[in-house]
Ligand binder design. Structure first.
Ligand code: PLP
Length: 400
């Protein structure tokens, strides 16, 4: 037997292909808007003050100490749950949540997908169309059937709310839906509060389960509470809720893989049982996430002063992105373009989704040296005062 002869190459990660093309382009004004990571006004990655101060605080701590890791994990989960549902809600007091630290947002989603397959083996997951491409891989690899629901309206470059509602109505009662609570990836389009209320009401009638994937809390409006308002509408309506949280983008903790999976349960006893199952499932895949990230995140979220610094920093990141949206729109309007660019400032969060065709995406890279993911998603975090004018002209000419 010749081992591995049957193993062909996996499809190339689209982002990796974009990065490679960008790196090999010698043009000095080239712009990489592929990677969805925050960059500052100089186009550099940002190490947050709250992270630096927390690193300072935990330097010298014995991370192998068998007492400190469980305490840090418990703090992490409790603080994450407060971030989702609000500081003063009863969820935490009543201990009706089952939460575990997860391997960042990806790991939290995968853990939930495994939980879904274990306990609801007949069910599918409904994903928005489009969504973060990895959502498809995560649920498919966990052997959960994947379906989609309408989300983006190409003509409006906004939400196709009527079609979304139809899909929610037509899904079998008791279906699982993945929702982006804020700063939808890749479209930057979120439902309004009234629309969220309507979705939540309909979920109640249909007994659907809402699973929120929260990767950008704070980066939509600059306010972590406002960005969680969608989930809090579901909380008020009495749903049980799942939530994956990532701090990769919002704290710049790329390599630490810090995150949380929490499930809001009916009562404390149920929460204890559900948590034990999450731990069992994680135990069979990877055990638990690395302790450094857990201690780092719990130090930031568990310390009022550090948490306040983070709130300010996430607000500053969101403000810079918002001001780049305004500048880009202004610049595009100044080109004399006859197209409507209003959607740039209407969309929120890290991404701009102008609805480009694959040919336009290709042309922008080859002729104008502007790189983005193949779906035409551009990271607004890569836009700066020094490249916004070039970008506007390129997009204007490239989308003729
Ligand atoms: N969920 C969404 C919607 C995302 O956009 C991302 C990252 O791009 C993630 C989850 C996963 O993030 P990570 O695993 O890096 O925390």
């Amino acid at each position: 037997r010749r081992w591995f002869d049957s193993v062909g190459p996996a499809a190339k990660d689209p982002l990796q292909a974009v990065t490679e093309a960008f790196n090999s382009d010698p043009f000095p004004q080239k712009i990489n808007l592929g990677l969805g990571a925050y960059r500052d006004e100089q186009g550099k990655p940002l190490v947050l003050q709250c992270v630096q101060q927390a690193e300072e605080k935990i330097r010298g701590c014995n991370l192998l100490d068998s007492v400190s890791a469980p305490v840090a994990s418990a703090t992490l989960v409790e603080e994450c749950v407060k971030l989702v549902y609000g500081r003063s809600v009863n969820v935490v007091k009543e201990k009706r949540f089952a939460g575990v630290p997860a391997l960042s947002g990806t790991g939290a989603c995968r853990l939930f997908a495994e939980f879904q397959r274990n306990f609801f083996p007949e069910s599918a997951i409904y994903l928005p169309d489009p969504t973060w491409t990895n959502h498809h891989n995560i649920w498919a690899n966990a052997h959960v059937p994947v379906r989609t629901f309408h989300y983006y309206h190409p003509h409006l470059r906004g939400l196709d709310f009527a079609a979304l509602i139809d899909d929610v109505k037509n899904a079998p009662d008791g279906s699982f839906f993945l929702l982006h609570p804020c700063a939808h990836n890749p479209t930057g389009i979120d439902p309004t509060e009234d629309q969220w209320s309507e979705i939540s009401n309909l979920f109640k009638m249909k007994n659907h389960f809402p699973f929120f994937d929260m990767a950008y809390q704070g980066l939509a409006t600059g306010d972590v509470d406002k960005d969680a308002s969608s989930i809090r509408i579901f909380l008020e309506d009495g749903h049980l809720i799942g939530c994956a949280q990532s701090f990769t983008k919002t704290m710049g903790l790329f390599g630490h893989r810090t995150g949380c999976l929490s499930l809001l349960c009916a009562d404390r006893d149920q929460a204890v049982r559900v948590k034990s199952q999450l731990q069992r499932i994680a135990g069979a895949i990877y055990g638990s996430p690395p302790v450094h990230g857990i201690v780092l995140l719990s130090t930031i979220l568990g310390d009022q002063a550090l948490k306040s610094i983070w709130f300010k920093e996430v607000k500053a990141m969101a403000s810079r992105i918002q001001s780049m949206r305004a500048k880009l729109r202004e610049r595009l309007e100044l080109t004399g373009s006859s197209l409507n660019w209003e959607h740039i400032t209407k969309q929120v969060g890290m991404f701009w989704f102008p609805g480009l065709t694959p040919e336009q995406v290709d042309r922008l890279a080859k002729e104008f040296h502007v790189y983005m993911t193949p779906d035409g998603r551009m990271s607004m975090a890569g836009v700066t005062t020094s490249n916004v004018r070039y970008l506007a002209n390129a997009v204007h000419e490239g989308s003729q």
